[in-house]
Design a protein around this ligand. Structure first.
Ligand SMILES: *Cc1c(COP(=O)(O)O)cnc(C)c1O
Length: 404
């Protein structure tokens, strides 16, 4: 039974809960979960036609109705024609590379991007002859200067982890298009609630659904959003043959997570801003990194690009006479928490506290970390939905008992 068709022009809050539901004969109100690998065909001729056209359901590596619902809902939120799911955020990037690039092609990435993204391009695809250049996250001229005749893709992430550096999506789109290349944007941190990169000129939006889209720290998921042509001609053939396909169960979890994306992200932004302001007033804190604060070097760009919201992630720095002393202070604050989780992830309803220099950025040399500004005293908070005074009290346990 097909749903009554929805009227045109519904707003994002409505689309988040109403779009992409194809009801079964039972008329379930909540989205069904189709945990099936194969699909029974009415007859051999229909089966042959579906295999030839790729339309209709045949086998879950090609498509599954729950995964389709996830893709349609995400595309509706991002305002793109289509989306295609992957098993994780990194699986989505793998699909993008395999779909767009070949040996001899050149890619430009920001140096501050997610660590696994940098290794996937430089290390894994370096082996296959894809050339990668790394440039400053914030200096648009460096991106322009890095363009070569064989540049096919610019890939940006904004804001970045953990120092929340922002890049100018519209400016990068112009550089990419002038070079005949595409711009892809990793929108895992901002989510479509803050920014819709294709409205700023980007061609592809990449998601880790593991983060805010699920929003409750349960499953891994990923996706690429873009034009129908890019999705069907470049990316669908890759996922169908290479198999970085999203599990229908995970698709269902994230599909339901997206229903509350707007209220969660706005509440997390509000909490993060309040905590950022409060941290700036603590004498033990040397510096706070948060795009929602006027002290952030790109505050104005961030507010313009991110719907006036700073996001749910912020970092702060404890100063020390030596890197070891700064690390001891950071560890003390982290270890003193009794509410916040010491964990790797973000976008969860539970606030997560982490020490980037020894976790997400632990494989860099101390010199590379210093160059990136990720000092031993930096602590990252991925702010959740707890009462803000409980988060503050938890941080004060350590801040008020710091070793000298
Ligand atoms: C987590 C993350 C990824 C990778 O996503 P997975 O789902 O963990 O594979 C990529 N980019 C950013 C910004 C992330 O935070």
């Amino acid at each position: 039974m097909t749903d009554k068709s929805l009227p045109e022009g519904l707003r994002p809050e409505t689309l988040a809960v109403r779009t992409a539901i194809e009801r079964s004969q039972y008329g379930e109100n909540s989205e069904a979960l189709y945990l099936t690998t194969g699909f029974v065909q009415p007859d051999a001729a229909t089966s042959a036609a579906r295999f030839a056209s790729g339309e209709g359901y045949t086998y879950a590596r090609t498509s599954n109705p729950t995964v389709t619902s996830f893709e349609q809902r995400l595309a509706a939120l991002e305002g793109t024609e289509a989306a295609i799911a992957a098993a994780s955020g990194m699986g989505a990037i793998l699909m993008m590379i395999m779909g767009l690039l070949k040996a001899g092609d050149h890619v430009i990435l920001s140096r501050s991007m997610f660590g696994s993204t940098l290794s996937l391009f430089a290390k894994e695809f370096g082996k296959f002859g894809v050339q990668t250049d790394f440039v400053s996250q914030t200096d648009v001229d460096e991106w322009r200067a890095a363009v070569r005749p064989n540049t096919r893709l610019l890939f940006a992430e904004t804001p970045t982890n953990p120092l929340t550096e922002v890049c100018d999506i519209a400016a990068l789109a112009e550089i990419a298009h002038a070079a005949g290349a595409l711009l892809a944007v990793d929108n895992a941190f901002a989510t479509p609630i803050l920014q819709k990169p294709t409205q700023l000129g980007a061609d592809i939006v990449m998601h880790s659904g593991t983060k805010y889209l699920d929003g409750q720290g349960r499953v891994m998921a990923g996706a690429l959003c873009g034009s129908r042509q890019l999705i069907t001609e470049k990316f669908a053939p890759v996922v169908r043959t290479a198999g970085m396909v999203l599990s229908p169960f995970n698709a269902w979890v994230v599909l339901k997570g997206m229903e509350t994306l707007g209220v969660r992200v706005k509440a997390q932004c509000e909490n993060a801003l309040a905590i950022g302001r409060w941290l700036e007033a603590q004498s033990e804190v040397a510096r706070v990194y948060y795009p929602g604060l006027p002290s952030h070097p790109q505050h104005e760009l961030a507010m313009r690009q991110q719907s006036g919201l700073g996001g749910g992630v912020l970092s702060f720095e404890l100063a020390g006479d030596t890197p070891e002393a700064a690390r001891a202070k950071a560890f003390h604050v982290i270890n003193s928490c009794r509410v916040l989780s010491i964990a790797t992830n973000l976008g969860d309803t539970k606030t997560i506290i982490s020490h980037p220099a020894t976790t997400s950025h632990g494989r860099l040399t101390e010199e590379q970390r210093q160059a990136a500004g990720i000092c031993q005293g930096v602590i990252r908070l991925a702010v959740g939905l707890e009462h803000i005074e409980d988060i503050q009290d938890d941080l004060l346990r350590g801040l008020h008992t710091l070793p000298a």
